[in-house]
Each structure stands twice: as C-alpha cells, then as structure tokens.
Ligand binder design. Structure first.
Ligand code: HEM
Length: 547
C-alpha cells in the first residue's frame, strides 16, 4: 500500500487480523508472566509455605539483592531471619531453595549426589571458562575421570611436590624485599597489592606442579597466560555471569563460543551492545586454551623422549599422559582420552587451582593484618623453623599447629568459593521439604561456615584459636564447607592447603602485614570466586632482624 492510497476493505481486514494476533500473543505472554511470576509462587507452588524473603519484584526476584550485595551475605542474613531452609526467588518467578544443615548437605552431596548435579547453566559457564572436565561432568563419566586423577593428588605425590613450591616462593620474597628497599623510607614499608602477587605466585606454582611448565609470572607479570587470566577475572561479576548464562542458553552458543570461527570473528561481539565485553572473554579463553595445548604437547613429547625420567613423574599432567599411554599400549582400541579432552583437564586445573588459592591467601593476609596478635603468634611459630630450613617438607608444614588454625579459620570465615548450586533431578524430600524436580538449590558456603548454631555467637569473627577447642556441634565434614564434600568435593583441597601454608610460612617469617590505611575495609567480589575487588592493598614491612 502506497503512503497516499486509501486502504481497501481487504487491507483493513488483514491489518485487523494482524493486530488481533499481536494482542492475543501479548495477552498470553502477560497471562503466563502473571501466572508464573506472581500467582504460582504465591498461591499454588508446593514451596509457598517455605519461609523466605518477601516477594517484591516478580520480574527479577531476589537477583538484584544477591548480585549487588557482598558475596553470600544476603544468604547469610536470610538464614538468620528464616532458618536453615529458605525459599528465594530467581527471575520470572523461578523458585530456589537454600539449605544449611548437615543432614541436608549429607543427602545432597553424599547419599543422593547423583540426583543433585550442578545445574546445566552452571556447567555451561564452567565448561567455557574452566574446561569440560571434572567440573562439568557427573555420574559414571565423573567416577571414571576422578579415578584417573586421584593418584595425582595422593599424599605421597603431594609430599614429593612440596619442594616445587619454593622456587616461586623465594622469588616472591626477594621481589618484595627489593620493592621495600627501593622506598624512600624502607622502615615504613610499602603498600603492595597482595592479591596481584598471590595471583602470580599461585599461577607459577600450579603450572609447575600440575604441568611441569615454568611461567615465571612473578618476574614477568605480563606473560600471555597471566594477562589472559587477568582479562578473564576482570569480567567476573554477578551481572556478567547472568549475561553469560543467558547467552549460553541460546542453542548452539556453547559450541560456537569455543570455536575458531568465533575467535576470528570476535569483533562481532565487540560491536553488540550489552555483551560487547565478552569479546575479551573469547580472546582470553582462546589464548589460555592455546597455551594449555602447548603445555600438553611438550608433556607428551617429554614423556616419549624420557619415559623413565623420575623428575617428570611428580606433576599431575605427566601422570595422566603416562596413564593414557599405558592404557593404549595395553589395548589400542581402548576408549582413551583425546588430546582435546586432555587440554580441557589442563584448563580445569589452571582455572580451579589458581585463583581460588590466590583468593584464600589474600584473605588470610588481610585477616592477619587486622589481627596483629594472631600474626605475631604465627611469626613466633614459623621463625625458628624458617631459620633452620626455609624449605620445610609437607610433614613439617602440616605439624605447625597455629599455621593450621590460621589457614582453617581464614578458609572458614572468607571461603574463596562463597556459594555453589545444585539442581534436583527428581522430586524428593530434603529435610522434610518437598523439592520439586528441576529446583535449583543454593548452597551458601560462607553462611554454613559461619552458622551461629554450630560455631556460637562469635561465628563471624576471625578467631584461629577456636580450632584448638572445637564446638560440640562441629561436624568435620559439613561445618566447614569451603571445599564441599562427597564425590564432587574439591580434588585439590590438600594441595591448596599445603600450598597456602608454604607461602604463608615464608611471608610471615620475612614480612609484617598491616592495613594500607586507617579505616580500610574488605571488598569481596560477588562472583564465582570471592576475590578482593581492590586487589587487597596492604602495608608490608620487613621483619626486623631478618637476613
Ligand atoms: C583454597 C583453594 C581452593 C578452594 C577454596 C576450592 C574450592 C572448591 C569447591 C568449593 C569445589 C566444588 C565446586 C562445586 O561443586 O560446586 C571445588 C571443586 C574442584 N576443585 Fe577446588 N578449590 C581450591 C583449590 C583447588 C586446587 C589447587 C585444585 C587443583 C589443582 C582444585 C581443583 C578442583 C577440581 C578439579 C574440582 C572439581 C571436583 C569434582 O567435581 O570432582 N581446587 N573446589
């Protein structure tokens, strides 16, 4: 129809019908929205009587409160107000449940773990940023992979690895000493962004222990891998995670996001409003994957040149490559891991083992900086041993009682992974509450770790001495849930703890840590890991009388 011609009866009819269809669709959408987001949760849901925060926003539910608040603090406040089982609202009236009690955790993570895997959207995000491996699979596949990986994390293997921590640790001590020495007034110390240093040292340690690969991020902080991780971590925020979940929900997006085509055409993402920052994500992931593939290639060729070289035996990847070779030698038709699957394992260890430990270390330094007495006690414990041997072995580190209290307490109060999620595969009762199939369950690790019912009135305070006299209600598996429990529990727990101890041992023997300025407060990011948003500036001074 031209703009000047008058409409014919046929035109008017089809226009009317077109409008009718639009109105009908809009009416249906409004009905679905009002039913799903307002009426169902309020009047029909089997969860409507479970206590929880009042429903104020049918569109976004409690989403804004969660992403704008400090990591897991809204959950902790809800548990105080409503008890150990809480109903929360997701977007569009999606109900979520949260459980804190040992009985519920036992059922979800141990007894019925196969019925409570990580939700698909969480696996999609983890797969993209941390590889398709232990973090994304479950059931029989998970059991098999875990069985193959377990020997690499055995105590004898970790004992053999401890020595590998010390080259990077000594490098860091030297760098920090030089930085302080370079100040106009060295005795006043220097303000150092400790999270950045902890990120570099844990990257160097994981590359060395897991892959026998030297990154030396400490002396070369702008190396490709460190920069790519920095780019990735910059994107870690609640709103970005929500956007990523929405993008990956589009059919085909998961496969596309890791493809070469996407990498070559990543500029397209850069041009799209709202998601333009994900150009950086595709870039970083491509770089990390390429370096992981290089590490694997080197490993495979190393092992074929020197299959009996005992020095290569200790790192995790050598064990896996050797196990694959043995399987293939025994039966060439065996269903052995492909190179791509192996690269994903490299990626998982890089992602899961690096930033978590860096956050754990940074928060421990922060807590010690704010508790000079605990710090002094720790220095008193480590200094004589440091004097005798600055490279203590696994057993010596394990035997240091106050160091153990400090690390346990820090991981309890400020857990690097503040919460996790599970999804119910079938309808079932947990702690007497019907959990309908498909319900996403929030496990508020930080709230569980500081639950007053278990830990007493001072549960939220950093008090390492509590580990010398544990409360009666303490449950060794479910009261300190920083590494979760059951078949999906963190495989790197013992390694992370011993690495944290080795780093703290040397830092506390050489330096004193204090807040960077009066009134400094902590800024834990609300994302997958609880990294300090401001990179944790602390005033660092040399311990007087030290060489
Ligand atoms: C302080 C440091 C660490 C903390 C707080 C931590 C915490 C966690 C948590 C909470 C989970 C469970 C996630 C979930 O199921 O939702 C997990 C899983 C995992 N972590 Fe760690 N982690 C740390 C260090 C490490 C290290 C050093 C490695 C490896 C070198 C590692 C490798 C893994 C892997 C592979 C999984 C998946 C386990 C499975 O599902 O079978 N983590 N970690």
């Amino acid at each position: 129809m031209s703009p000047t011609a008058s409409p014919t009866i046929g035109d008017t009819e089809s226009l009317f019908q077109g409008r009718y269809v639009v109105w009908l669709a809009a009416g249906y959408a409004a009905y679905v929205f009002i039913y799903r987001a307002v009426l169902y949760p309020r009047f029909f849901s089997p969860l409507r009587n479970v206590p929880g925060p009042p429903q104020r926003n049918p569109l976004l539910g409690d989403y804004l409160t969660i992403v704008q608040g400090e990591a897991c603090i809204p959950h902790r406040e809800w548990s105080k107000a409503y008890g150990p089982v809480v109903r929360m609202m997701g977007v569009f009236g999606k109900e979520r449940l949260m459980f804190l009690s040992p009985e519920a955790l036992q059922q979800i993570f141990a007894k019925d773990w196969l019925e409570y895997p990580r939700p698909q959207f969480m696996r999609d995000v983890l797969g993209l940023v941390a590889g398709y491996g232990l973090l994304t699979i479950t059931g029989e596949d998970h059991k098999q992979l875990r069985k193959a990986m377990n020997p690499a994390f055995s105590i004898p293997n970790l004992m053999a690895q401890t020595d590998m921590y010390y080259e990077p640790i000594e490098g860091l001590v030297e760098i920090m000493k030089n930085q302080i020495k370079g100040e106009p007034e060295p005795s006043a110390g220097k303000i150092l962004k400790m999270y950045d240093w902890m990120g570099n040292i844990t990257l160097d340690i994981i590359c060395e222990t897991a892959f026998g690969y030297k990154t030396d991020s400490l002396h070369n902080p702008h190396n490709e891998l460190a920069v790519a991780f920095e780019q990735l971590l910059d994107l870690q925020s609640g709103p970005n995670l929500a956007k990523l979940v929405a993008i990956l929900a589009v059919p085909g997006a998961v496969r596309l996001s890791t493809s070469k085509w996407m990498y070559r055409h990543r500029w397209i993402i850069g041009k799209l409003p709202i998601i333009s920052s994900f150009e950086q994500l595709v870039d970083a992931m491509y770089c990390i994957r390429a370096i992981s593939a290089t590490m694997l290639r080197i490993k495979i060729s190393d092992l074929s040149v020197a299959p009996d070289d005992t020095t290569t035996k200790k790192d995790i990847m050598s064990l896996l490559v050797r196990a694959r070779k043995a399987d293939l030698d025994a039966d060439p038709r065996t269903d052995a891991m492909t190179d791509t699957a192996m690269v994903d394992q490299v990626l998982t260890f890089l992602a899961a083992g690096h930033e978590t430990t860096a956050s754990g270390l940074s928060w421990t330094l922060w807590l010690l900086a704010n508790d000079p007495e605990s710090q002094r006690k720790l220095r008193e414990e480590v200094t004589p041993i440091y004097g005798l041997d600055p490279r203590p072995d696994y057993r010596t580190l394990k035997s240091l009682i106050w160091l153990d209290c400090v690390v346990n307490e820090s991981l309890r109060v400020l857990p690097p992974v503040p919460l996790t999620l599970r999804a119910a595969q079938k309808s079932d009762f947990v702690q007497g509450v019907l959990v309908p199939k498909g319900t996403v369950i929030t496990i508020p690790i930080r709230a569980i770790n500081t639950w007053k019912e278990i830990w007493g009135e001072d549960a939220e305070e950093f008090r390492p001495a509590r580990w010398l006299d544990l409360p009666k209600a303490y449950n060794p598996t479910f009261s300190q849930f920083s590494f979760i429990a059951g078949p999906h529990a963190c495989i790197g727990k013992t390694m992370a703890i011993s690495e944290m101890k080795a780093v703290l041992f040397a830092l506390i023997a050489n330096f004193e840590f204090a807040p960077a300025y009066v009134g400094q407060i902590a800024h834990p990011a609300s994302a997958i890991t609880m990294k300090p948003e401001d990179s944790m500036p602390l005033r660092v001074t040399r311990v007087t009388g030290k060489a």
